[in-house]
Write a new protein. Sequence first.
Length: 173
Amino acid sequence: MKHYDLPLSPESAAELRCGDIVEISGFVLTARDAAHKKICEALKNGEPLPFDLSGAAIYYCGPTPACNGEIIGSCGPTTSSRMDDYAPALMEAGVKVMLGKGKRSPEVNDAVKKHGAIYFAAIGGAGALYKHKIKSCELVAYPELGCEAVRKLYIENVELLVATDSYGNTCLK
């Protein structure tokens, strides 16, 4: 299994192929439906974002609160198709990596190809496992959204499936 660090270089994105199982480490931003809506509204209105999307990786999750001195609570992927209306605009703004679960719309797969991005699929129902792969967690935006606030996580050695590669090929039909 090949290891990649985030942010993902264009060369690394180009060598990944649909169906590859890889391990990644690096910073990701969490964002679900409510955060995507706020981000896209800000982009549409020409407002600055409280974080940089250039080369960013977005993890579709809403972590539960940490307990007993842990960094984070359960932190599993949510259904990616709920972000399909927003994903092309985020890729246009610089997002290069998306992590979630389930298939994407043809429009998202086309945008992945257009922007040389990657969509990684994570294991649904594995939130308790993934929390042990998170080494830091920082609230960065929209605290009023609770678990859907944007957080910056450092993830380490997370195994993922390349579900849509930078050529627009997808293995989730």
